[in-house]
Design a protein around this ligand. Structure first.
Ligand code: DGL
Length: 280
């Protein structure tokens, strides 16, 4: 069994661009580390795919990042976290060549924070159809806060709106109002809504406008980043395995030029990417 000792970057994986909203916040809170961001843009979106397919794709991505040396991988994608994280943690990692490597998701750190926000104890979750059909949010909330009522809403049009650069356009209003109204009609007592998809922070102004002011919106980036910071404090054995150069390497399974153009929507800065293959 080989446990590499050379310090290496943290791997951050998403189906495409959305995880960049999480990476930005991680880098803001933990700028000292190196990161490899991997977007499986050639096969995104994951949100409308089946359980088995998301499992396979996510495992391939994790193996790629492990092979690149990363001892710690963050699944910065709700759909991958919902559908593949448990499988990887329970059925892949313990039997892999180095079981001390870790894969963490974005759902648990988000759920852990909800009690700071809700007073009515009625929570809404907006997410991709894949995340909603997994009921991962409802399950995790049920484990930590059994008294909280959860209503989940699939918003299949929101990812394409963001990816086509339409998040600020008037056309986005219809779909933002449609899904938020459906959710609030099902449970008018909701006072807190989790934006359970990496793309939704870009629609936040429109989502905010469509909801009563009293409803709190929870974005994940900050929560995931502080949870990672806390994890590294509690796990010095992992922290020592991380390289500290403040560098980010962007990798995509699609053409890099396309990635670079769209990534700027998510990061607000210019990035340089390389194309990689992650399939067997
Ligand atoms: N990154 C995905 C998520 O957070 C959204 C994009 C997709 O469907 O692949 O669920």
């Amino acid at each position: 069994m080989s446990h590499p000792t050379t310090p290496a970057p943290i791997g951050v994986f998403d189906s495409g661009y959305g995880g960049l909203t999480i990476l930005s916040e991680i880098c803001r809170q933990l700028p000292q580390y190196d990161y490899i961001y991997l977007g499986d843009n050639a096969r995104s979106p994951y949100g409308t795919r089946s359980f088995d397919v998301i499992n396979d794709f996510t495992l391939q991505a994790v193996k790629y990042l492990f092979d690149a040396g990363c001892p710690l991988v963050i699944l910065a994608c709700n759909t991958a976290s919902a559908k593949a994280l448990r499988e990887i943690q329970q059925h892949y990692l313990p039997y892999s060549e180095d079981p001390t490597r870790r894969v963490l998701g974005v759902i648990r750190p988000t759920v852990e924070a909800i009690s700071r926000f809700t007073k009515s104890r009625h929570i809404g979750v907006v997410a991709t159809p894949g995340t909603v059909s997994s009921h991962s949010y409802a399950t995790e909330i049920g484990k930590l806060f059994p008294e909280v009522t959860v209503e989940e809403q699939a918003c299949p049009m929101w990812v394409p709106l963001v990816e086509y650069g339409e998040s600020n356009a008037p056309g986005a209003d219809y779909f933002v109002e449609k899904y938020t109204a459906e959710l609030m009609q099902r449970d008018p007592k909701i006072d807190t809504i989790i934006l359970g998809c990496t793309h939704y922070p870009l629609l936040r102004p429109k989502i905010r406008e469509a909801l009563p002011e009293s409803v709190e919106l929870i974005s994940q980036g900050e929560l995931v980043a502080s949870s990672l910071a806390d994890y590294l404090l509690r796990h010095p054995e992992m922290e020592h395995r991380l390289s500290q150069g403040g560098e980010i390497s962007y990798r995509t399974t699609e053409c890099p030029e396309k990635f670079e153009e769209l990534a700027s929507i998510f990061t607000g800065t210019e990035v340089r990417a390389t194309r990689v293959k992650i399939t067997g």
